[in-house]
Design a protein around this ligand. Sequence first.
Ligand code: G16
Length: 541
Amino acid sequence: MYLEAVLRSSAPHAKPTGLILQYGTAGFRTKAEYLDHVMYRMGLLAVLRSKKTKSVIGVMVTASHNPEEDNGVKLVDPMGEMLAQEWEVYATNLANAEEHELQLVLTNIIKQDSINMQQESFVAIGRDTRPSSESLSCAVIDGVTSLDSKFHDYGLVTTPQLHYIICCRNTDGGYGEPTIEGYYQKLSKAFKELVQQAPGCGGEPICLNVDGANGIGALKLKEMESYLQSVLSIQLFNDSSKGKLNYMCGADYVKVQQKSPEGLDMKPAEPYCSFDGDADRIVYYYNDVNNVFHLLDGDKIATLISTFIKELLLKVNLNLKMAVVQTAYANGSSTRYLEEVIKVPVYCAKTGVKHLHHKAQEFDIGVYFEANGHGTVLFSKKAEEQIKQLTQTGATEKIKKAAEMLENVINLINQTVGDAISDMLVIEAILFLKGLTIQKWDEIYTDLPNRQLKVTVADRKVIETTDAERQTIKPPGLQEKIDELVKTYSMARAFVRPSGTEDVVRVYAEADTQENADALAHKVCLAVFSLAGGVGDQPKP
Ligand code: G16
C-alpha cells in the first residue's frame, strides 16, 4: 500500500537516468540541480531510520563549505551523531536506484533491517541559506510525507543547531530545550557562568570579529547576540546581506588559502574568526604588527581546549581518561606538542567527523578536531557524573570551583557535532579565563609550514588509501613516488586522498620552510596527475 504512494509521489522527483552519486564524507554533495531525487529519497530513508530506531531523525539540506551552486544532505542519527555507517550503503542504494528499481530497493531495506512499518516516525528538517535549499527541503518533506510520517520543518538553522535539536528531542529535553531559543539560552548561560569565574570579569565586554561566510552562521549569530550582551561584543563581517556564500570568505577559504577573507579590513593584533557555510567549522587568525597573517586552525583549538581541560582535571583530581583525535591533516607540531608537552594520547582517524566522533567516544573525555576547524569535546556519562558530584560536594572551594568550570564547559560545548558558535564561545571563555591574547595562544607552538592543494582526475576512486589516509595503496607506484619526494625535504610529510565532498583529489604537504612545503605539494600534485589520470592542464607551481 505505502509503496504505491511512494512511487506516485516519486514521479515529480524522478532520478535522471544513469546518474550515480556516492555517499561521501558528510552525505551526498554535488551541483544542486542533480539532487532533487536524492532529497526525496533521503526523506524516505529518514522515515525508515526513525522507525528502526524509534527516534527522531534529522535531515539537513546543506553543502557546507562547498560553493553556493552545490548542495547536499546530511542525515542526523538519534543522539545527534552522523548517520550510522551501516546505513550509508542503504542511502547509496536508494539514491542510485532507477525509478523502476525504487520499490525493490526500499523493500529490501525494510526486510534486511526488519523495519516495522507500523511504528510511528518523526523527521526534523533543516536547511542552510543556499538559493536551492528551500526547494530541496520541500523534496525531503515530500519523501517523508509519502511514507505518512510526522515531521517538523525547522527552516533555516545551522547544521549543529539541528544536531542539538535531535539530541534534545530524543532525550526528552535531557540535553536541553529542543528549540533554537533553548539552544541560545543553554549556551549563553554556560558561557556567562564560565566567564564570570575570571578575576577581571565585569569590565568591558570581550571583543571579537567574526566572518560569517555569508551563510546561516551569520544569521544565527545575529539572533544570538542579544543573549550575550555586555559579555561578548561581536563585529560581524560577511553577514550574508550582500556577498556570495563561501566566496573568498569562510573557514575553508581561510584555512586552505592561509589568508584573510575578503570583506574585512584587518587591524593588527585584533582577533578574528571565520565560520563555514553551515557553521560547523571555525578557524581563528590575526595580523601581527608587521601585517603578517597568522592562522590558528583546528589543531591550535584542540590544543587550547585540551590544555584547559587537563589543568582543570588536575585541580579536581579526577582520574579520567582523556585523549585527542586528529586526522592526517594535523600539523606535525600540534601532535608533538599534545603528546610531549601536554602528555595526552593522540589518535589519528580518517577524515570526516563521523570517524573522529566514534574514536573520541572511547574515552572519558575525547577531544576531536580536524585541522579545518571541525570538532568538539565528548564527555562520557561517567565523566559528567563525577564532575557533577564534585560541584555539589567538592572537598575544597578550589575543587568545587574547578568542577563548576568543567560543568560549564560540558554545557557550553555542543557534544553532538562540531559547532562554530559553541566552539567560539568555549575558546573566548578560555582565553578570557587564562588572560591570553590571540598572539599568546598562537605562541604555544609553531606550525610546520604546510600547503593543501587539489588535483582534478577523471575518476578519483582510482586512489585508495590506508593507515588513516596517510598512505595510498592504489594506483600502483604513487606511494613510492610520494615517499621518494618526501625524502628530499627536511621535516617533510605528504599524503593524498580523494575528497568525499568535491570531485577532486586533495594533496597535503608539510616541510621545514613554506617554499619547501609548496614545492613538495606541487611535485606530489604532478605525481597524482600523471599516475592517477589527471585531466585538464598540468598542476602549475
Ligand atoms: C565535511 C566533513 C568534514 C571534512 C570535510 C572535507 O565538512 O564534515 O569532516 O573534513 O567535509 O572532506 P573532504 O576532504 O572529504 O572533502 P563540511 O564542513 O563541508 O561539512
